[in-house]
Write a protein that binds this ligand. Structure first.
Ligand SMILES: NC(=O)C1=CN([C@@H]2O[C@H](COP(=O)(O)OP(=O)(O)OC[C@H]3O[C@@H](n4cnc5c(N)ncnc54)[C@H](OP(=O)(O)O)[C@@H]3O)[C@@H](O)[C@H]2O)C=CC1
Ligand SMILES: O=C(CO)COP(=O)(O)O
Ligand SMILES: [Zn+2]
Length: 352
């Protein structure tokens, strides 16, 4: 008997372009969402977009409420759940970077409420994914969460955000190359399920972004357009896979470990980018494609060294040698690198 089943959850409306934040009510009313909207943001996104979204709902006769969270944690998810229950929210909007959007999608999942994703930075590919990423103690959870019913990505807002956030988004996409390599390796060695469709989409997204590198420039709103479309595409790959595997391999384990070792260090995308230079080296050796990864990152102005990340060499080595412990996800790191091998990889690639 044929027993395969798949359930791909994707957004219904993806609205991208100049000034589309002003169309929030339109995009939401198309979804037939009812009740009180709860806008979840973090401090800066609250100022640059959250207040405007709340004002639009007020003007349209809704009775919106807002909550501002500071960090990505299970406590923050619980605070949003409690607030939503108190005000009897009908649906949620996550306005911000990866932190605010992750918290909102996880709270929406728990509350069984619809959720709309309003990115204020093109800094990460969690914009449409049905996954939430939250650290807890020594580990990092990638949990199933509510995928957005709609995405409202205003390129004017994204272009006004600090440029480093956009280069972080590019680096999160460039890291898809090594993430897919790790996924294929895990498939071959550990029989982990691999989706050809999701893997190909993730890889193609990285290729298209790298080919567009010349058009990704500070001050050009067109850059935000290119990058946010890639971020959406990468998120779709995760939704197809029902896993963050297409976009998260050993380079992400490295970054998650850095987050533990250096809280409030560098941006997620920048860390995974530097990680992918080293994990590409581990996959393909000295004459392999690690230089392509480094050059692609350098071309869009993302960090390629520990120095540029603002992280010291010792911490890079500690993160590399312990990254495999972050979660049960087989990658090129296997059951751990020796310190000598980590120093070699980081030195040959010029990361340290
Ligand atoms: N679920 C998934 O599939 C994925 C999840 N992620 C997760 O997303 C997070 C990384 O996302 P990232 O966006 O880098 O992290 P944050 O949400 O922390 O945002 C990074 C910084 O940008 C600021 N910011 C956001 N928008 C603006 C703006 N318009 N203008 C000025 N500053 C702004 C934030 O301000 P403030 O400090 O005020 O919030 C914050 O300081 C990680 O936790 C990562 O694990 C990443 C990829 C995929
Ligand atoms: O950052 C991600 C993809 O870019 C999500 O991956 P994680 O599941 O490793 O948090
Ligand atoms: Zn990422």
């Amino acid at each position: 008997m044929f027993e395969k089943r798949t359930w791909i959850r994707l957004p219904r409306n993806v609205v991208v372009g100049h000034g589309v934040l002003g169309q929030t009510i339109e995009a939401v009313s198309e979804l037939h969402l009812t009740g009180r909207p709860l806008v979840v943001s973090s401090p800066t996104p609250h100022e640059v977009a959250g207040e405007r979204v709340v004002a639009q709902f007020e003007d349209a006769g809704y009775d919106p409420s807002e909550i501002v969270i500071e960090e990505a944690s299970f406590d923050a998810v619980q605070r949003v759940i409690d607030h939503a229950s108190e005000i009897d929210a009908g649906f949620l909007l996550g306005v911000g970077g990866g932190k605010a959007i992750d918290i909102t999608k996880m709270a929406a999942d728990d509350l069984d409420l619809g959720f709309v994703s309003v990115p204020t930075a093109a800094s990460h590919d969690g914009i449409v994914s049905g996954r939430g990423s939250v650290p807890e103690g020594d580990t990092r959870h990638s949990v199933a969460a509510e995928p957005p019913l709609a995405v409202i990505a205003d390129t004017e807002v994204l272009a006004e955000a600090p440029w480093r956030l956009t280069t972080a988004g590019c680096a999160d996409i460039i890291s898809n190359y090594t993430a897919v390599r790790d996924w294929q390796l895990a498939h071959r060695l550990k029989n982990v399920h691999y989706s050809e469709y999701a893997g190909a989409l993730s890889q193609m997204t990285a290729e298209m972004l790298v080919e567009s590198a010349d058009s990704i420039k500070r001050g050009l709103e067109e850059s935000s357009w290119i990058v946010v479309k890639a971020l959406v595409s990468s998120g779709v790959a995760m939704s197809i896979a029902d896993s963050s595997r297409p976009a998260s391999g050993a380079e992400h384990l490295f970054s998650h470990q850095l987050d533990r070792l250096v809280p409030n260090g560098a941006l997620h995308g920048h860390q995974v980018g530097v990680g992918s230079i080293m994990t590409e080296y581990l996959h393909s050796g000295q004459k392999g494609k690690w230089k392509d990864a480094r050059d692609a990152l350098a071309a869009i102005g993302a960090p390629t060294t520990a120095d540029e990340l603002g992280i010291d060499d010792e911490t890079v080595i500690e993160a590399l040698t312990t990254a495999h412990q972050i979660r049960d996800r087989y990658t090129v790191l296997g059951d751990g690198m020796s310190e000598e091998a980590a120093i070699e990889a980081a030195t040959v690639t010029g990361v340290i």
